[in-house]
Design a protein around this ligand. Structure first.
Ligand SMILES: NC(=O)c1ccc[n+]([C@@H]2O[C@H](COP(=O)([O-])OP(=O)(O)OC[C@H]3O[C@@H](n4cnc5c(N)ncnc54)[C@H](O)[C@@H]3O)[C@@H](O)[C@H]2O)c1
Length: 322
């Protein structure tokens, strides 16, 4: 099989390319290297199964040409990370809306199946209990840049779903919850790599808000395996699947775990959300995935621990000399 991976030089994308190549598939990577990095895929360059295009999903002619030439599209390219979205809301919206529409138009024209990467951000502030695929979205004002990513990903899902139900395009959708691991960078607001790199450098770990808010973290290798189980499943077309790990931990406990695991002497400091992200930033108290749907449809479940995630990120950062 030949796959187009948009965003294939990014964090999840490069691990997806590794996994597909490892099973003997060909991959075509399209990435504009905005948050992705050539370094993530340089070990693949030269492999006859891999082709890299530097370009944008907003270039509809390029997208059309690349989609025409593959068997399947894995659409991961997006403007991501809280800092990116808050700093450049308009660019982010354009990438996440028009880019996805370009992919779906080309998939329809050339009759190709598509996997769309959505996000647990679609649930917004819904921090009730474990969130299943039918859980409500609770989001703040559309004028707050914080929520524009949630809005765009939700519209991407709707677009994908209606391209499937009205136009017959074989679309599958996954909602990644916090996915972490090697090659992820902390500078866009990702908490685990941010903590790990601070702990390695002996610098303070900055907790935004009280630290009582909790999250769940899934190893990228688990997340990619989950996504491939959806891509490979005939019964998963026209549906959406949560992908995440349901072990919950508070951000304060995460900071302590990172420090003890890495035997770091770093201190922990608190910073207000306003100072971290600008005035009026809203966050959710909990975000826990209900992954029973994907378990029952594809049989996938995560297997890697948070401790192994911390070890892997630390190993990666040490290797990179960071
Ligand atoms: N990492 C997570 O925890 C997480 C959680 C939920 C959803 N997701 C989704 O998974 C996907 C991959 O995210 P990631 O964490 O690997 O982030 P990432 O930033 O590493 O990957 C995104 C990639 O898209 C590329 N890109 C951005 N704009 C582009 C454009 N116009 N044209 C071509 N390429 C472009 C970037 O350069 C980058 O390589 C995204 O769709 C994201 O919304 C990730």
């Amino acid at each position: 099989m030949k796959y187009l991976i948009t965003g294939g030089a990014g964090f999840i994308g490069s691990h997806t390319a590794d996994a597909l190549v490892a099973r003997g598939d060909s991959v075509v990577i399209l990435d504009n290297l905005s948050t992705g990095n050539h370094h993530n895929i340089e070990h693949l360059i030269g492999n006859e199964l891999v082709t890299f295009y530097s370009g944008s999903i907003l270039d509809s002619a390029l997208v059309d040409r690349l989609v025409a030439d593959v068997d399947h599209v894995v659409h991961l390219a997006a403007a991501v990370g809280v800092f990116t979205i808050v700093d450049k809301p308009l660019d982010s919206l354009r990438t996440n809306l028009h880019g996805t529409e370009n992919i779906l138009d080309a998939a329809q024209k050339h009759d190709k199946p598509v996997l769309i990467a959505s996000s647990s951000e679609v649930y917004g502030k819904n921090g009730g209990g474990a969130l299943n695929e039918e859980s409500d979205r609770i989001v703040g004002s559309p004028l707050k840049s914080r929520w524009s990513y949630s809005e765009a990903k939700a519209i991407d899902e709707s677009l994908g779903y209606f391209y499937y139900s009205e136009l017959g395009v074989p679309v599958r959708i996954v909602r990644f919850f916090n996915t972490v691991g090697p090659r992820q960078v902390g500078s866009y607001g990702m908490v685990v790599p941010r903590f790990v790199s601070a702990a390695l450098a002996g610098e303070p770990l900055e907790i935004y808000g009280t630290g009582e808010q909790s999250r769940c973290f899934c190893h990228v290798a688990d997340a990619v395996a989950g996504m491939l189980s959806v891509i490979d499943g005939d019964q998963s077309v026209g549906s959406v699947y949560n992908i995440g790990n349901d072990r919950e931990i508070s951000i304060a406990a995460l900071a302590s775990l990172v420090i003890s695991r890495l035997e770091s002497k770093s201190a922990v400091v608190k910073k207000s959300y306003d100072d971290a992200y600008g005035a009026g930033f809203e966050d959710m108290q909990r975000r826990v995935p209900d992954i029973s749907k994907i378990k029952s449809v594809t049989g996938w479940a995560p297997s890697r621990s948070l401790e192994s995630i911390i070890d892997d990120i630390a190993g990666d950062l040490r290797h990179a000399g960071l």
